[in-house]
Design a protein. Structure first.
Ligand SMILES: Cc1cc2nc3c(=O)[nH]c(=O)nc-3n(C[C@H](O)[C@H](O)[C@H](O)COP(=O)(O)OP(=O)(O)OC[C@H]3O[C@@H](n4cnc5c(N)ncnc54)[C@H](O)[C@@H]3O)c2cc1C
Ligand code: SF4
Ligand code: SF4
Ligand code: SF4
Ligand code: SF4
Lengths: 593, 175
């Protein structure tokens, strides 16, 4: 394969219009490249990637009998494939076509840009090294391995479900691992969703219910991924399933046990702290799976051996205090990570008094209060005295667009603030005044600007300013805040019954640990990082592991769905042959079970 | 002093000084200015704005950006800041308005816009080492509390003031 004969290397130096040619002397670079040992041909192109440019490369390969090609142009992540395909057409193995980036030294806006002399020296050096590499290079042998026709989806929110259902319909065996006792994620807790204000459980239920009965889907709730080994086509997974203390096959979801359970606790997950549940509970009416679960921390029997009332009343004998954590081993061909987001805890922004003032709540808490199946059955009352609020102030960008917390825009909070204002005005408390204090109102999705207009038409007050702090009046427990309204050029002092903070969307807890288990990169904000923000948005640095939904960055439901479908489609492309060619060293280095 | 309140006239951009911003931002302390996105958190929390609505950090930041050099440096309000640092503390973009204001005050002083009470105070410190003029009432009060008579050692203060060049600042001409 690798003959001792000296290689015939051709070098193509690209102008990239003025992007490269404007920042260094191409002629001298051509001249210096000709001097390198092993190089038999050097020429420059105006645009190497253009049709003409590629034809020129192919012609040179044939006329000059080149067997190695180096293109000095732009970022390999962008165009290496282009040139490898081009070379292949002229009979050169992809491994013997190399693309090196010299444009980064010259292009306007590049963080690496340097002056023309330095750009020349650096490019010359890079070309010399590329030639050296190419002269020594041998083809990496590829071996064909089988690709399991099964998929692990981590996170059973709307994104994970969408991707899982798509793949299950295509014929893959899909394991959905969800750490909560139910699937559906945040969407299941929203009641209404913008921009159409349809009932979220109603449009989600077809997906959750289908996932529950799909012959190709295994739901593993109450479970987390513990370890991942292997490579695309052949991942060995260990999943830990925490005990429910209920035999799920027996439980009919009748709720008799819940009625009798004497242990009440604040529900921080499904009610966001706005309501209670029992130690044995079913998260909500449409929960899937609709099976009871015992919270061991608060169960009197599991803590001290007292009680066991639930066991006595359960008509099907489903209670099983003996259940223990189980390890489940899976073999899958690829993984989709859809672990979603958490709401930022605004306690840190102490100027707004969250945690100190009872009548300061978050938008997610408000969402739970507005849910007719939520902890208050849709009643909106002040937390401290149960009174109907006569006025409500919403504060936008809390913990977002803030250099001291999260610098990015959380993308969805403008829209859900508008939604909640509409819901309160139209369905709950039509006479309550609502003020939204915002910096910029971001309503860029399809139908979103109309949604904003509708909110204005409902008489909601918009103030383009941000309060500096909130003070609580001790006797009334009302909240006082000042905000400058630039429209009238005056400071407003608002005394209000309830303040709602539109908090940032942050990566879900455990994202960092999971990224270490999966060996995939995080971006500067702690979300999973895509290979390229524009061109490769659902791939990660590990082939065979894809990301979608709010786990990749703050996102609404429509965008989560689009990304889930994209991830499923890409995954299918990789696995559908049921076999895959991989470099031999990877297959040799990683031992599988 | 009366402001030129010809607010009905539009501000002519061509009459402004677009270099003003970079002049201000040359100072290390003022480099956050461009990041300001006019959220108004500074203004909402400024105790001075509450009493003098004309004093408005959000507006001042914008005026500097637009190049309203003369207007910014000549208005008396920039000297009203009580240095509470609220604006700086609460700003989500780390603009550090308080620091920018100091840069503006230095520029204003250099250009002869320092308010006369400020200049008088400086002279007072140079002469007596104390901010307030000698005051019989105060002396009596101190005595009744058994506090020592205030000695005025103004040498060090004078030296500092001279080093900083504060003694050369001229008060704004009253018109
Ligand atoms: C108050 C509020 C109102 C909103 N209103 C709307 C609206 O009206 N319209 C709209 O389009 N969008 C709305 N959104 C946004 C919407 O919630 C998200 O777009 C959507 O939930 C994203 O779906 P997801 O599946 O990516 O993430 P999630 O819904 O967060 O689902 C992720 C799932 O993964 C699970 N998980 C997390 N980590 C792990 C792990 N390590 N292992 C296993 N499982 C894990 C979680 O338990 C969860 O079930 C709103 C958001 C908020 C906060
Ligand atoms: S045994 Fe535990 S879960 Fe069952 S009723 Fe008693 S406290 Fe509730
Ligand atoms: S979506 Fe709106 S409220 Fe949320 S961070 Fe962006 S601008 Fe602020
Ligand atoms: S708080 Fe900061 S960003 Fe907001 S207006 Fe003031 S200086 Fe600008
Ligand atoms: S430091 Fe000055 S400008 Fe800033 S808030 Fe306090 S008084 Fe206002």
């Amino acid at each position: 394969m690798n003959s001792k004969k000296e290689k015939r290397i051709g070098i193509f130096i690209c102008h990239c219009g003025k992007n490269i040619a404007g920042g260094l002397n191409i002629e001298s670079l051509v001249e210096s490249s000709r001097q390198i040992q092993g190089v038999v041909y050097v020429i420059d192109n105006k645009f190497s990637c253009s049709e003409d440019g590629q034809v020129a490369i192919q012609k040179a390969i044939q006329n000059q009998k080149l067997d190695r090609v180096i293109i000095a142009a732009c970022d390999p992540a962008l165009h290496l494939m282009t040139f490898q395909r081009c070379g292949k057409k002229a009979g050169i193995e992809p491994g013997f076509v190399d693309l090196i980036d010299i444009r980064k030294w010259t292009m306007h806006g590049s963080p690496h840009r340097v002056d023309p002399e330095q750009a020349f020296e650096k490019s010359k050096k890079l070309i010399e090294l590329a030639v050296k590499r190419m002269r020594l290079k041998r083809l990496i042998p590829l071996v064909e391995v089988k690709a399991e026709q099964s998929v692990l989806v981590i996170g059973g929110g709307v994104a994970g479900l969408e991707a899982g259902l798509d793949l299950a319909d295509k014929g893959y065996r899909v394991y959905i691992v969800e750490r909560l006792p139910t699937i559906g994620g945040k969407m299941a807790l929203l009641y209404k969703v913008f921009p159409t204000n349809d009932c979220a459980p109603c449009i989600l239920a077809p997906k959750t219910a289908y996932a529950n009965i799909h012959p190709n889907i295994n739901l593993l709730t109450n479970s987390e991924v513990k370890s991942v080994e292997g490579y695309i086509g052949n991942f060995d997974i260990k999943v830990i399933q925490n005990p429910r203390y209920i035999d799920a096959k027996m439980c009919t979801g009748c709720g008799e046990c819940i009625e009798k359970c004497p242990s009440r606790v604040i529900d921080n997950v499904y009610s966001a702290g706005m309501g209670e549940r029992k130690a044995i509970y079913i998260p909500y009416d449409q929960a899937i799976p609709k099976k009871a679960i015992i919270d061991a921390e608060h169960c009197l029997y599991l803590r001290s051996g007292a009680c066991s009332l639930c066991e006595k009343v359960c008509p099907t004998d489903a209670i099983d205090f003996e259940q223990r954590t189980r390890t489940i081993k899976l073999k899958v061909g690829a993984i989709i990570v859809a672990t979603g987001f958490d709401e930022y805890n605004p306690t840190e922004k102490s100027e707004y008094g969250y945690g100190r003032y009872d009548n300061v709540i978050t938008q997610f808490q408000l969402a739970r209060l507005l849910d007719i199946d939520g902890p208050t059955k849709g009643k909106l009352l002040r937390p401290n005295d149960g009174r109907e609020p006569k006025s409500i102030v919403m504060i936008q960008c809390v913990g977002s667009r803030d250099e001291n917390t999260n610098a990015y825009c959380s993308n969805i909070c403008c829209m859900y603030a508008l939604k909640h204002a509409q819901m309160i005005r139209e369905m709950v408390l039509p006479d309550t005044e609502i003020y939204i204090c915002y910096i910029d109102m971001r309503t860029t999705g399809k139908g979103f600007e109309e949604y904003y207009r509708k909110t204005r038409e409902l008489g909601i007050n918009f103030i383009r300013g941000r309060p500096s702090d909130i003070i609580e009046e001790t006797d009334t427990r009302n909240l006082i805040l000042k905000v400058e309204d630039p429209d009238i050029g005056r400071l407003l002092k608002i005394e209000t019954d309830l303040v709602v903070l539109s908090c940032a969307t942050i990566p879900s807890s455990g994202t960092r640990q999971l990224s270490q288990i999966l060996q995939i990169n995080l971006d500067e904000n702690g979300f999973y990082k895509e290979v390229h923000p524009k061109l490769r948005p659902v791939e990660t640095n590990v082939r065979g592991i894809y990301i979608c939904g709010a786990a990749q960055g703050p996102k609404d439901i429509p965008d989560s769905i689009v990304q889930a479908r994209a991830a499923a489609s890409f995954l299918d492309k990789e696995l559908r042959e049921a076999k895959i060619k991989l470099p031999e060293y990877i297959v040799k280095a990683i031992k599988l079970n | 002093m009366k402001q030129d309140n010809s607010q009905s006239e539009p501000i002519r951009i061509s009459k402004l000084d677009p270099k003003f911003k970079s002049e201000v931002m040359k100072h290390k302390d003022a480099q956050g200015l461009n990041a300001c996105f006019a959220c108004g958190t500074c203004t909402a929390g400024c105790p001075v704005h509450e009493i003098f609505p004309e004093y408005d950090p959000r507006k001042l930041a914008k005026m500097v950006k637009l190049g309203m050099r003369k207007e910014v440096l000549s208005i008396p309000y920039i000297w009203y800041c009580v240095t509470c640092h609220n604006c700086e503390q609460r700003c989500p973009q780390n603009v550090k308005f308080f620091n920018i204001l100091n840069v503006l005050k230095n520029m204003a002083a250099k250009e002869g816009y320092a308010p006369s009470p400020w200049v008088e105070q400086t002279q007072q410190i140079m002469q007596t080492g104390i901010v307030f003029p000698k005051d019989e009432e105060l002396a009596k009060k101190r005595e009744s509390f058994f506090l020592p008579v205030l000695k005025s050692d103004c040498k060090k203060a004078k030296k500092l003031i001279e080093l900083a060049g504060l003694d050369k600042i001229k008060a704004k001409k009253q018109s």
